[in-house]
Design a binder for this molecule. Sequence first.
Ligand SMILES: [Zn+2]
Length: 151
Amino acid sequence: MQELNPIPTPSDFLMDQWRKLNDDHFGGRLQEPPEVDWVEGISAFGQFGRVFGAIGINAQFRDVEESVRAAKVSKRMPTDEECARLVFVLGILLHEMVHQALHSDGSRSGAHADEFVAMANSIDQVAELKWPVCTADNAARWPFPEQVELD
Ligand SMILES: [Zn+2]
């Protein structure tokens, strides 16, 4: 059976989140990717494309963008559930940004090897979002505690 090609949908919402994470956690040093997209038909939660430098987030989380927008439009605070899902998406994005940072530094090491751990632990922490310590054991799923399929 032929595999479906992932269908990317560029998202201003994701790009805005990327910019905020870049400022908060990387001192603004990362180069803006050509696209940050919701992607249909991928099994991983996120992906960083080493060829073009685009970041894809699994479109199964697209409801986060919609709920954040809906809360803004109706001038209400997001619910705890909506906040938790937003933080989850930010975590996926942050993970891919660590790959991006390594790639732009010319890293040739394996995806979640020592360099990934060092990079993840070198990012700036901010008070509102405390990310956990990255270790050799949790690097492939960092910053999440449970097994998730990040790429
Ligand atoms: Zn990864």
